[in-house]
Design a protein around this ligand. Structure first.
Ligand code: URA
Length: 285
């Protein structure tokens, strides 16, 4: 397609443009025509319908000065593999798979299954619409999350909020505007170190139950710990992206962790493509 061919260019609203700019994606589009503006859902769909590479070019942008990763030790580069926990070797917390939301939340709040409970201020359970069709899975709480008891509230969380906004969703929205956000690990690892395999394995039933209760139509797994936990693979993120994987029958889209994107803004365009794939997957579910 030549650059002059605008037939695949989506009409994006100001919010989506801001998000794409944030993600380092430069969008070329004709001047808006003085016609009825499409509804927000339609613009979001238009963004998905057009393959990202056709309409967007990645342009590395410097992260804003305030965009330091929330976690002092941000998730490692996504090409580095870490051992996947041998879940079979770890004693399971009884009955998690039958718990309702209230019991699950209380159980997590009182969990002492691993040493992370010793250093936590709060457990970080999850946030969002418990019936959302769209679920985000991250890694583990950092300092801000530990203090506030809510996932993704630091700099990485701001980027995640922007990414959600770009697909017409938020952590407080409901239904088609909603999402549910949870981490693999519910307690902050000391000094924000990487979670250990046994910690992942002990915490895993909680995430599994959250997924079973939410019953999302798509999961976006952000970062290698989310990916390893859900997909049980050591494959690097770069090799898993762009395909639809499955966790307990639910489609899983693999993407980069927002903290990684803050350090590597050149990859934000790929993350946008991942969100588009997630939207596409949801639409076809
Ligand atoms: N990184 C995560 O993976 N989860 C959070 O809640 C915060 C930072």
């Amino acid at each position: 397609m030549s650059e002059a061919d605008t037939s695949f260019v989506p009409q994006l609203d100001a919010r989506q443009r801001a998000m794409l700019a944030e993600m380092g994606v430069r969008v070329w589009a004709p001047r808006p025509v003085a016609a009825t503006a499409p509804a927000q859902n339609e613009t979001a769909k238009a963004a998905v319908a057009a393959p990202a590479p056709v309409v967007a070019r990645a342009a590395p942008v410097a992260p804003p000065a305030s965009a330091a990763p929330a976690r002092a030790v941000a998730p490692a580069a996504p090409t580095v593999a870490a051992p996947v926990a041998d879940v079979a070797q770890v004693p399971r917390i009884a009955g998690v798979e039958l718990m309702d939301w209230a019991t699950l939340r209380d159980t997590v709040a009182g969990c002492t299954a691993c040493g992370l409970c010793q250093g936590r201020k709060n457990t970080v359970f999850g946030v969002g619409d418990q019936q959302a069709d769209w679920m985000i899975v991250g890694e583990a709480p950092g300092e801000n999350e530990d203090r506030l008891g809510e996932p993704f509230v630091g700099a990485a969380g701001q980027l995640l909020d922007n990414m959600l906004r770009a697909v017409g969703r938020s952590r407080s929205g409901q239904g088609a505007q909603g999402s549910y956000i949870a981490n693999v690990i519910k307690c902050r690892p000391p000094a924000n170190r990487n979670p250990q395999p046994d910690e992942v394995a002990r915490c895993e039933p909680y995430l599994a139950r959250q997924v079973a209760l939410v019953q999302p139509k798509v999961i976006v797994a952000m970062g290698r710990f989310a990916v390893q936990s859900l997909l049980k693979t050591n494959e690097p993120i770069g090799r898993l992206r762009g395909k639809v994987h499955r966790y307990e029958g639910v489609p899983v889209i693999v993407s980069y962790h927002p903290a990684y994107l803050l350090r590597t803004p050149g990859d934000k365009a790929k993350a946008w493509a991942d969100l588009c794939l997630a939207m596409d997957t949801l639409e076809n579910a």
